[in-house]
Design a protein around this ligand. Structure first.
Ligand code: SF4
Length: 389
């Protein structure tokens, strides 16, 4: 198949299952839009218009009232209604209030663009394929470093290590490097709006080259795939695939007692029953946990229940810094003084006060502190008899 265009999300789908990619990308099947996705778009829309008016066009004051006005308009466009007391509206407003607390940081860098949809050419054996991407925001730091910012409204946080592996983050690194070939490194930052602090990674030129090669290899796999005979690969996201009802691999997995075709409530109940026999069924439990976690992430919830049991994801709070990025920012002798392979928070706090550092380096270092949650753990409890009544 020769795709007309590619994107991080289409490559992600193709890497999971080429049959799903063919169904969704070639047949252009409609995908569902839910409240969480619409709220995300409303928040994005508000931030885009606000940052553009205040920091690019400079025609408006940086007040929260202005941000609220743009959010309200964006919310109305997405949902077709506005109720300022509704849970959904207030949820988005909360996220923007948290974001606005960091508005002073804009004095430390220059915003280059907002929500720019662009492409770069991905060279393949079948010719160049346009790879599309949208930078939510593109910044330039005082030392010239280019930063790509992506706003996220997910309830699931991401760690710096996870971010480094994400196709979307790597594609941003490639796109920005191609746009700014002289840049020694590209800073990619996901603003996790529900979690207060952003999470960022720095990609060097060499890492961006590797990511480009990776995208090219993914494109080649797609090109070699026969249009009407794309292979099915069972994976943890099958439940969200538009082919799940007709997929032969899912049918044979279900006939063999697999869980791919099972609905969420049944998954929760089966998880709870198996928990009582954990020693005998550890591997089945881990399959179910993976399927439930994937669905929770996709649908953005932390609690749910079946007929027999309820589940909850619990995480603990922690602060940490990305050693790779800190090592890129500070002079070598400072890095050697406070870190080695990695750096503790205590040493980081001491480093940031070191008089050798200048204000720009300190400002960048402050953005390196990721305050996040550990990967949530799944907890399950059986309901009491008659509890629902
Ligand atoms: S249900 Fe799973 S295996 Fe089947 S086509 Fe979809 S993603 Fe592939």
């Amino acid at each position: 198949v020769l795709p007309k265009t590619l994107s991080a999300s289409s490559v992600n789908t193709a890497e999971l299952c080429l049959a799903r990619w063919a169904a969704e990308m070639l047949d252009r099947s409609a995908r569902l839009s839910n409240d969480a996705a619409k709220l995300g778009s409303s928040v994005h829309g508000g931030l885009e218009q606000f940052v553009k008016a205040v920091f690019i066009d400079k025609v408006m004051a940086p007040t929260f009232n202005n941000l609220r006005m743009f959010y309200m308009a964006s919310f109305g466009e997405e949902f077709g209604w506005i109720d300022q007391q509704s849970e959904l509206y207030l949820d988005g407003l909360d996220l923007l209030e948290t974001w606005f607390k960091r508005i002073d940081e804009f004095q430390e860098f220059k915003v280059i663009s907002c929500e720019m949809k662009e492409t770069f050419p991905l060279g393949t054996t079948a010719g160049e394929i346009p790879f599309t991407y949208i930078f939510d925001r593109l910044d330039q730091m005082p030392d010239g470093t280019i930063r790509v910012v992506d706003y996220k409204t997910s309830r699931w946080n991401v760690t710096a290590d996870e971010l480094r592996e994400k196709i979307q983050a790597r594609a941003y690194g490639v796109a920005a490097q191609l746009k700014f070939p002289e840049a020694k490194r590209i800073w990619v930052q996901f603003e996790m709006l529900r979690h207060g602090a952003p999470v960022g990674v720095m990609f060097t030129k060499e890492q961006n080259r590797n990511s480009y090669r990776y995208l090219r290899a993914a494109a080649e796999r797609i090109i070699k795939t026969p249009r009407d005979d794309a292979p099915e690969t069972l994976n943890s996201e099958c439940k969200f695939c538009i082919r799940v009802g007709t997929c032969e691999s899912v049918v044979s997995n279900t006939l063999a007692g697999g869980i791919v075709g099972m609905n969420l409530k049944d998954q929760i109940d089966r998880y709870a029953l198996l928990d009582a026999q954990r020693s005998a069924v550890l591997s089945a439990l881990s399959q179910l946990e993976g399927a439930i976690t994937t669905q929770a992430k996709k649908e953005d919830w932390h609690e749910n229940e079946g007929e027999l049991a309820r589940i909850r994801f619990k995480a603990s709070r922690r602060r940490y810094v990305d050693s790779d990025m800190v090592a890129h920012i500070v002079p070598h002798e400072i890095w050697v003084k406070y870190g080695s392979q990695s750096i503790t928070l205590r040493n980081f706090e001491a480093m940031i006060k070191d008089p050798v550092l200048n204000d720009s380096q300190r400002a960048q270092l402050r953005g390196m502190v990721n305050e996040g949650w550990s990967e949530p753990k799944l907890k399950v409890e059986m309901k009491k008899v008659g509890e629902d009544d």
